[in-house]
Every structure is written in C-alpha cells, then in structure tokens.
Ligand binder design. Structure first.
Ligand code: SF4
Length: 117
C-alpha cells in the first residue's frame, strides 16, 4: 500500500510517497534526505508533534500567552492536552521559556512560554 506523508522535520516540507506493508517500508519517493525516512518510520509507529498554542494570562498587554511543548508529543494526545491547557490561567509577568505546566498529561513533556509578557 502506498501512503503519502508531508515531512515536517524541516521547512522543505518534502512530499513523500512510502510503499508500506505491515508497517515496514518497502520503498520511499520524494524525501530529499535520510531524515525523511526517519520521519516516515516514526509516523507509521507513533506520529509525534510539537504542540503550539496559547494560555490565558492576566495582567499582561495581551490576554493570551503563546506556549509550546518542549518536546514532541504523541499526536493522539493533543485533544486531551488541549483540554488541560484550556483550563489554565496564569498571571504576568512571565519570562520566555518559563515552564507553565510540568509533565502535561503524564507525558514527561512540559508546556513552556514562547515569549515574555
Ligand atoms: S525529507 Fe529531509 S529535506 Fe525533506 S522535509 Fe524532511 S528533513 Fe527536510
């Protein structure tokens, strides 16, 4: 079976066609480097993404603080994590890279601020 992927490892965004059988890659087309193969292998096993979003903040110039995970998380956990993040409200001031939530949803991944406010 041929599966299509858009590699998100770098801004090139290669469109990759992977011929796969029972989770094993038989051939790859479209990747411009070896990291594309690593990406496809990971996508077949457990897709991972860095989650970027916002949390409510009080006492700052804007009322939403941009945040992200400090490591990629399993894509399937994003809806659960977004529910947890929606309940958060913090107070200014916040420095960039401050940990906003430790070990979100038991993933050992932290939510960190991506700007100071
Ligand atoms: S295959 Fe390589 S060059 Fe293409 S998007 Fe992925 S990392 Fe970038």
């Amino acid at each position: 079976m041929i599966k299509h992927f858009t590699c998100v490892i770098c801004p090139m965004g290669c469109e990759i066609d992977a011929e796969e059988e029972k989770g094993k890659i038989i051939s790859l087309k479209g990747n411009k480097c070896a990291r594309g193969k690593e990406f496809v292998v990971q996508e077949l096993e457990e897709p991972l993404r860095v989650l970027t979003t916002t949390v409510r903040i009080e006492g700052a110039e804007f009322n939403m603080l941009p945040v992200r995970t400090d490591k990629p998380i399993p894509k399937r956990l994003i809806p659960v994590i977004m529910e947890d993040i929606a309940k958060i409200e913090i107070n200014a001031p916040v420095k960039m890279y401050k940990v906003i939530v430790k070990n979100i949803a038991g993933t050992k991944v932290n939510i960190i601020a991506t700007r100071s406010m």
